[in-house]
Design a protein around this ligand. Structure first.
Ligand code: FES
Length: 190
């Protein structure tokens, strides 16, 4: 087994070739230098933002998704947009259709649909810039007050919620599920 250790910010007493083998993030170009890139499976493990770049890079050079296996630190998260919501759809917790999302402070109304992902992604697509950190329910940075409506969690978050919701891993409750009358959606204090 060959191990290649990279530090994004080595300390002054870290010695190249001893403590670490390279500086900077592990990009797809670094992987191409280190690996023969033949007919292989790839295994990724780490926080989702750490894995997203190699995942995108590998699929970008034609590696099939089924050859890329990954495990998230913290709550499980899909790397392909819509993966997490697709999982909810498969388990019957969410369905087709759109649901209104009102950002009250910004006086903006958007629509959630399963292709649009989490409420954080809906807010960003609407031109808002809510605070976020991990984007996977761990840090609590994206906590936002909900004024009306309810949400389902794509994954059970690790961060405490109190009366706030975590934008990065939530979608409108019962989103798209068949119901009498339209889903009234959610109103967020954002
Ligand atoms: S961004 Fe970290 S919990 Fe949402």
């Amino acid at each position: 087994m060959n191990v290649h250790i990279r530090y994004s910010e080595p300390e002054s007493d870290d010695r190249l070739g001893h403590a670490y083998d390279g500086i900077g993030h592990r990009t797809i170009d670094v992987l191409k230098q280190l690996l023969p890139f033949d007919d292989y499976d790839f295994y990724l493990c780490g926080p989702p933002p750490f894995m997203q770049s190699p995942y995108d890079g590998l699929t970008g050079i034609g590696v099939r998704r089924e050859r890329i296996h990954y495990e998230s630190f913290g709550s499980g998260t899909g790397l392909k947009p819509g993966d997490r919501v697709e999982a909810l759809v498969r388990t019957g917790q969410s369905g087709e259709g759109t649901v209104p999302v009102r950002f009250a402070k910004s006086a903006i109304t958007a629509e959630w649909s399963r292709e649009r992902g989490s409420l954080l992604e809906v807010a960003e697509a609407a031109g808002l810039a809510p605070l976020f950190g991990c984007r996977s329910g761990i840090c609590g940075t994206c906590a936002t007050k909900i004024t009306s409506g309810a949400v389902d969690y794509i994954e059970e978050p690790l961060a405490p919620r109190r009366q706030d919701l975590l934008l990065c891993c939530s979608i409108p409750a019962g989103a798209g599920a068949p119901a009498d009358g339209a889903n009234p959606g959610v109103v967020l204090d954002l």
